[in-house]
Write a protein that binds this ligand. Structure first.
Ligand SMILES: [Zn+2]
Length: 243
């Protein structure tokens, strides 16, 4: 069985760290699966190959820093494609197809994403197959946004990715016994979330989710460069982890 390799393409928070790309995590095993596709991710992927030929892309939620580069992905695909273009599957939350049609109508044309990707919708808690992995999206609290984290497994190796989330017991289930938990920690403190409705984690909250999950390794991501890592293992653009 192929080993699973995680490459951090970009890991900035909702604004870019200096020189950084937004959320994009490439998981490679039997196939290639990109988790989120924020601004700067496509440029980074193109530093590796002239145009990425991925099997699938899965989006946690529709905040721009997690999906924005799908727009230039469409334009490049339409412009550069010749013959039989590669159409990656694009997995979005239930209702996401209509959301993309709406965005398409505003940014270009309604079926722009349909032309370039094979659109698929995932349901909360229902595993789906993508790029040779079994992926499950679990609903997580993130302000007023419908947001999911992903549990990705090839049957032997499991990676959990929080996407964006407020503190939640669901994070422990998402990463239960995972080989690696890629967990956001955007905040200096939980109190600095600044509203009644929480949406992100501080380091101690990511650590608490990790402890409850009994995952084997925690990598903290989506963290502003201005905040130190206090000894935690921090994701960086270009980081490669063999699982
Ligand atoms: Zn978000």
């Amino acid at each position: 069985m192929a080993a699973v390799k995680l490459t951090v393409i970009g890991c900035s928070p909702a604004w870019p760290n200096p020189g950084g790309a937004h959320s994009g995590y490439l998981v490679e095993g039997r196939g290639s699966l990109l988790l989120d596709c924020g601004p700067g991710v496509l440029r980074r992927l193109r530093e590796r190959v002239s145009w990425p030929a991925l099997d699938a892309i899965a989006i946690t939620h529709f905040h721009l820093d997690h999906w924005g580069d799908l727009v230039p992905w469409v334009w490049g695909s339409l412009y550069l494609s010749s013959g039989d273009p590669v159409r990656p599957e694009l997995w979005v939350p239930t209702g996401g197809r209509a959301t993309l049609e709406d965005f398409g109508g505003r940014f270009g044309f309604a079926d722009m994403f349909d032309r370039v990707f094979v659109l698929r919708e995932y349901e909360a808690g229902t595993p789906f197959e993508a790029a040779g992995f079994t992926v499950t999206g679990l609903r997580l609290p993130h302000y007023t946004m419908e947001a999911y984290g992903f549990r990705v497994s090839d049957g032997e190796t499991t990676l959990a990715y929080s996407g964006d989330s407020a503190p939640s017991e669901e994070l422990g289930r998402l990463a239960a016994d995972a080989d690696l938990f890629l967990c956001e920690a955007t905040l200096a403190t939980g109190e600095s979330d600044g509203s009644d409705l929480r949406g992100h984690l501080a380091l101690d909250e990511a650590q608490a989710a990790f402890a409850s999950s009994r995952a084997r390794r925690l990598v903290v991501t989506h963290r502003p460069v201005e905040l130190d890592a206090r000894g935690y293992e921090l994701a960086w653009d270009g980081m490669v982890v063999e699982l």
